[in-house]
Write a protein that binds this ligand. Structure first.
Ligand code: SF4
Length: 457
């Protein structure tokens, strides 16, 4: 079983698969090279980015992330300003200090090769790294960034043989591989989804430590909203997209539309956009479950559980329930835009937020499952076509729309008077099949959709 903290991870923007993943891969590669005893004598490192990592790699900051990973920066602790300064130094001086190894000549233009023409078979986000001593390659590895900051080697991604599956270590008190199994565990033990997921967390740490970690996740989301509401200006990357959250926030604070019913939308919009504008600027965000979709859960959580004061028990219930739903998508399909399109990012975040909110509203397990199902059902087929390869258009507004949709999904579920016809498992499988059928043009390649119809300035 995954942990809640596999789903919610603090990192930097703009992309979990294209920024956090490559950063973690760089560090893992050097750690494996050190274990192999080859790191001390190397004179050159080379990074190849393939598939989606190459096609949207510059806009998503994958080249910068690779450099940071090789230098030993970690996504959850890196200071975004310090990271920018370190990368600028490497670019100017053309020297790179490998973490745990020597300092080398390194020219990003020469030593990072973006090969969008290579479409990997195992997963569209492939990264290969090589270490050389003189002209000889002494160590190389291939890894995949599989969405939400998760990474894997080719061996790890290969489907385990049936016998291996039997021997896999079982983590967590309650094992479930589908929503149906999760609901059935709840029914048999008279528990809520929240209780089941928390009981599994108990295997990793004390309940008190879990509460503290959940608070840290929420605090990182809250701080990200606050920074996004205060920071004005134009987002980096060349599209000249202005940050909109600060102006909308000021307008809302002055409440010129206080009597408008639609003000709910405005508040959800402003919180979601604040997070995604921070993400687009390379700021500190929480994968929820990815960076591209990082605004939906914080927006709904802030509006319903922390408006005037923080209701920590409700915040915990929201986060833990949402994470439980996120685990199902990760286990049964994928949360990678490069595999599933945006339905795997914004769609999954919408589904998770709908479930979290239904739980906070006191929904039954069936209603929570229904809310999650509705949250995805109306995002099926959502493509990923970021303009200029940047996580800005359509991503920022899409999170605002996703937050509003999540609330409506929870509303529909808790008010439903008849059993629902479509199960969460069915909709997850439909998302998976739709993602597999979707043209590569619409899966984080910027080769189709808005990315080819909107002229870059
Ligand atoms: S369109 Fe969706 S999946 Fe693609 S980069 Fe933007 S948020 Fe991520």
């Amino acid at each position: 079983m995954l942990s809640v903290f596999d789903v919610f991870k603090v990192g930097i923007g703009p992309s979990s698969s294209h920024t956090i993943g490559p950063m973690r891969i760089g560090a893992r590669f050097l750690s494996e090279a050190a274990d192999a005893g080859v790191l001390g004598g190397v004179s050159r490192v080379k990074v190849d980015l393939h598939g989606s990592l190459a096609l949207t790699g510059i806009g998503h900051g994958s080249d910068k992330a690779a450099i940071l990973g090789l230098m030993g920066f970690e996504p959850d602790s890196v200071d975004p300003d310090e990271a920018d300064a370190a990368v600028a130094r490497v670019r100017n001086e053309k020297r790179l200090q490998l973490t745990g190894g020597p300092e080398l000549d390194f020219d990003p233009a020469r030593d990072i090769d973006l090969r969008g023409d290579i479409i990997p078979e195992i997963h569209p986000n492939e990264m290969r790294l090589f270490l050389f001593a003189g002209d000889d390659c002494v160590f190389d590895q291939t890894y995949y960034s599989v969405g939400g900051g998760f990474i894997a080697s080719a061996v790890q991604l290969a489907k385990p043989a049936e016998n291996d599956m039997i021997n896999l270590p079982q983590r967590g008190k309650y094992q479930f591989g589908s929503a149906a199994e999760l609901i059935s565990i709840c029914r048999e033990n008279d528990l809520q989804i929240y209780d089941v997921i928390l009981a599994n967390e108990d295997e990793f740490r004390s309940r008190e430590q879990t509460r503290e970690k959940l608070y840290n996740v929420w605090a990182a989301m809250r701080d990200c909203i606050d920074r996004g509401l205060r920071t004005e200006g134009v987002l980096p990357g060349g599209l000249q997209v202005a940050r909109r959250a600060p102006a909308l926030f000021k307008k809302l604070l002055n409440a010129p539309m206080a009597n408008e019913r639609e003000q709910l939308f405005d508040w959800l919009n402003v919180y979601a956009m604040a997070v995604n504008e921070e993400n687009a600027a390379g700021g500190r965000v929480v994968t929820a479950p990815t960076n591209g979709a990082a605004g939906i859960i914080p927006a709904v959580l802030k509006h319903y559980c922390a408006l005037e004061e923080e209701n920590l028990p409700q915040i915990r219930k929201f986060l833990v329930t949402a994470a439980g739903i996120g685990m199902l998508y990760k286990q049964r399909a994928s949360i990678s835009g490069a595999e599933m399109g945006c339905q795997g990012e914004v769609g999954v975040a919408c589904s998770m937020a709908a479930a979290g909110l239904a739980a906070v509203w006191g929904g039954t397990n069936d209603q929570i499952e229904h809310a999650a199902e509705i949250g995805m059902e109306h995002n099926l087929g959502l493509t990923c076509d970021p303009v200029g390869g940047l996580v800005q258009i359509p991503c920022i507004e899409r999170n605002a729309i996703g937050a509003v949709k999540a609330v409506n999904a929870a509303r529909l579920a808790v008010n439903a008077s008849h059993p629902h016809k479509v199960s969460l498992d069915q909709v997850i499988e439909t998302m998976r099949q739709t993602g597999l059928d979707m043209s590569r043009k619409y899966k984080e390649t910027s080769e189709g959709g808005l990315a080819v119809n909107v002229i870059e300035c």
